[in-house]
Design a protein around this ligand. Structure first.
Ligand code: SAH
Ligand code: SF4
Length: 375
């Protein structure tokens, strides 16, 4: 029978302490060992116990036998003409018969670098303009797998102390290579709340990866019950995939709207506990569907009383879609109306289109176990 090593990445400090106790580390040493491991894993980005030179050789060997801190397999690593980079990662997680694959995207700009991470393999929702929505939900990612996306990306970009920046890395001119994290990849994060919460609390931990909560944004299609908890228990910035200003259209574009209609969604936004910062509303520009001046005015009405920023996202086509992106002039007219009403309304630059890394284009070939068995 094969013995499965215990995963360490993704555990909070108390859980690491419990795990250390399980493998017989003396109680009096536990707090010190937790501190050491936390530092190696999250400040230094160690992926092997051999690197942990302030632990004795015996302890390094023991930890290697008992614990796993291995990285997922990088199946593909593609860099777009514009520097956007996309990794396809394969996780063959414990006890799971089928390995799963997910995509993680890095978007470098001059003064910042944003990592877009996935929360699920596939998605149980079926937004009609989203490529991920055509793929069934295979499973939730674990906190470990969510975190590993950031660890792998920082490793590939030379973003841990003492590491060199690899020749092929396109990164901001100075400072950290990953300054922002957005949970806008595959999946609906609020349908995987506990794992996302754990991972984001570790990402924002000041003695580890140390990314400010103001630089972490979680995007939801509108899972109302999870929104308040996101503010209260995680405290990160919130983005809402709005895309429509009336229930009839939103039901068609973002079907979860039938469960949590606009009035409830907007109330949840007004009650978001971190409201001193603006909420971002994402609005995908779909030609002749949601892009008229009238829609723009309705959007302004809808947002009254909410500190908001509206991100206009040009629709990114994918093989098989029936939607088209609005004309540039339409998008600009829309932006101008929203902007005149006092809201920032940047038009998102499409990045990484040539490697299918833009918003809504992510998809993996992982299939659900049930599908596989019936093949
Ligand atoms: N499931 C979450 C987060 C992932 S989607 C959510 O829906 O919010 C990240 C953003 O990309 C969402 O606003 C989503 O609506 C948008 N998006 C999806 N498909 C798109 C496409 N084809 N073109 C442009 N944006 C898209
Ligand atoms: Fe899922 Fe978000 Fe895509 Fe909708 S837009 S199908 S919620 S990933």
């Amino acid at each position: 029978m094969s013995f499965e090593k215990l995963p360490l990445v993704g555990l909070n400090r108390d859980e690491i302490a419990e795990t250390l106790q399980l493998v017989g580390i003396p109680i009096r040493h536990i707090q010190m060992r937790v501190r050491q491991l936390w530092h190696w894993l999250y400040v230094r980005g160690a992926s092997s116990f051999d690197d942990m030179f302030n632990l004795s050789k015996e302890l390094r060997e023991k930890f290697s036998e008992d614990f796993s801190i291995t990285r997922p397999k990088i199946m593909t690593d593609r860099i777009s003409k514009d520097g956007t980079r996309k990794w396809l990662l394969r996780f063959s997680t414990r006890g799971n018969a089928f390995p799963v694959e997910i995509e993680t995207v890095y978007i470098p700009e001059k003064e910042r670098g944003t990592l877009c991470i996935s929360s699920q393999v596939g998605c149980s929702l079926t937004c009609s303009f989203c490529h991920t929505g055509t793929q069934r939900l295979v499973r939730n990612l674990t906190a470990e797998e969510i975190l590993l996306q950031l660890l792998v990306a920082r490793e590939c970009l030379g973003d841990f102390p003492g590491r060199n920046i690899p020749d092929n890395a396109i990164v901001p001119v100075k400072g950290r290579k990953i300054t922002n994290v957005v949970v806008m990849g595959m999946g609906e994060p609020l349908y995987n709340f506990e794992a996302i919460k754990k991972a984001l609390l570790i990402i924002s931990d000041g003695e580890g990866l140390s990314l400010s909560k103001r630089r972490i944004t979680l995007s939801t299609s509108g899972v109302v019950p999870g929104m308040y908890r996101t503010g209260k228990e995680i405290g990160v910035m919130l983005a809402i995939s709005l895309h429509a200003t009336d229930d009839a259209l939103r039901n068609r574009l973002v079907p979860i709207n039938k469960k949590y209609p606009l009035a409830e969604l907007m109330d949840a936004c007004r009650n978001y506990p971190v409201l001193r910062h603006r909420i971002t509303f994402e609005y995908v520009m779909l030609k002749d569907i949601n892009d008229s001046a009238d829609h723009a005015r309705k959007l302004v009405d809808l947002l009254k009383g909410i500190p908001a920023k509206i991100n206009l996202i040009p629709f990114n086509p994918w093989p098989g879609t029936n939607y088209q992106c609005s004309d540039r002039q339409r998008i600009e007219q829309f932006a101008a109306i929203v902007n005149t009403a006092g809201y920032a309304s940047p038009i998102r630059t499409t990045r990484g289109n040539d490697i299918l890394a833009a918003c809504g284009q992510l998809k993996s070939l992982s299939r659900s176990a049930s599908k596989k068995m019936s093949d």
